[in-house]
Design a protein around this ligand. Structure first.
Ligand code: XIL
Length: 312
């Protein structure tokens, strides 16, 4: 029986975010994940606050479990995420000196990347570094370390893993706008300075009633500058209740985004941010919205899944 994984072009990974706790608890979850996807992104397991909740005590249990699962299913793992301004442990505070913050961040990045060296095909090195107006986002990293923290982070990751493809990941830059213009400028500048950055990830958390027009053109601006691109966190939220009409429109947008990626050579992977409505982050973060995934809460395929399968 065909699946997304079997029908997707071989040179483009089709991935899903994974919750380690769901993997442990529910065999249906793991079964669908292995059938449908050629790549996994740990949804939360590798975030600093989760992996080092207490200073000096790393908890690798859930990320190790996820890596073992992926290896046994011949799935690639997309590492998410090393430098981000949220889900930072509570013990990383503004009271620390710049040098301490730098040492802690470098140590964190080096530990995580080294542990999984050779097992992660791509890393989100820096996540959400830009503000809406295209300036660097005001974060603890910018305040303590200055704008070079981005270049430094990429160098630290490269030193710990010579082969992973290194991405910067962003939301709200899926179309031509101030943020995507600033992002393109940033990555070109980094590369011209010799920073080891190869890819740009576009999260793509989208409302069902928008159009994907212009997305392929935007991705192509990055690939024609020599960067790989990836759709890293695709979901398509619906203001509840989800009606048949809304689900059809959601299906059309999913298909348009997949086609945008597949139409651009250099779009190396497309990851959905979870695959079942039963485990999606949307209802708790976007009040009144939900039903954002390809499978419903009972793990049944939705019109969006059917649309992709019919088109692939
Ligand atoms: C979200 C997860 O899906 C939630 O389970 C968690 O509670 C918060 O983070 N952009 C990102 C992801 O880069 O890491 C976020 O994931 C969603 C927005």
């Amino acid at each position: 029986q065909p699946t997304l994984r079997s029908l997707f072009p071989k040179d483009v990974r089709i991935g899903s975010a994974v919750r380690a706790e769901a993997l442990a608890a529910d065999s249906r979850y793991g079964r669908l994940l292995s059938q449908e996807f050629s790549a996994l992104t740990p949804e939360n397991s590798l975030k600093w606050a989760n992996i080092e909740p207490v200073r000096g005590f790393y908890d690798w249990a859930s990320s190790d479990r996820l890596m073992a699962f992926a290896a046994s299913r011949k799935q690639a793992v997309y590492g998410h995420t090393l430098v981000w301004h949220t889900e930072v442990p509570a013990w990383v505070t503004e009271d620390l000196s710049p040098q301490e913050v730098r040492d802690l961040l470098k140590d964190h990045v080096t530990k995580v990347v080294s542990r999984y060296r050779g097992k992660i095909w791509a890393w989100d090195v820096v996540n959400e570094a830009l503000a809406e107006d295209g300036s660097l986002r005001d974060t603890i990293w910018l305040r303590k370390l200055g704008p070079n923290y981005i270049a430094d982070a990429f160098s630290w990751v490269r030193a710990a893993d010579p082969n992973a493809i290194l991405f910067i990941n962003e939301y709200g830059a899926e179309w031509g706008n101030r943020k995507s213009a600033a992002l393109l400028e940033l990555v070109r500048k980094l590369r011209s300075e010799g920073v080891p950055i190869q890819g740009v990830g576009f999260q793509s958390h989208l409302p069902y009633d928008r159009s994907a027009a212009g997305m392929a053109e935007n991705l192509a601006r990055f690939t024609s500058s020599g960067f790989a691109v990836a759709i890293t966190e695709l979901d398509v939220r619906i203001d509840l209740p989800a009606t048949p009409e809304k689900l059809q429109r959601q299906a059309a947008l999913y298909l348009d985004v997949v086609n945008a990626c597949l139409s651009v050579s250099g779009c190396v992977s497309l990851t959905t941010w979870g695959f079942t409505d039963a485990k999606s982050w949307i209802p708790s973060y976007h009040k009144g919205f939900g039903a954002a995934c390809l499978f419903d809460e009972a793990y049944q395929p939705k019109p969006a899944y059917q649309a992709l399968m019919a088109a692939l």
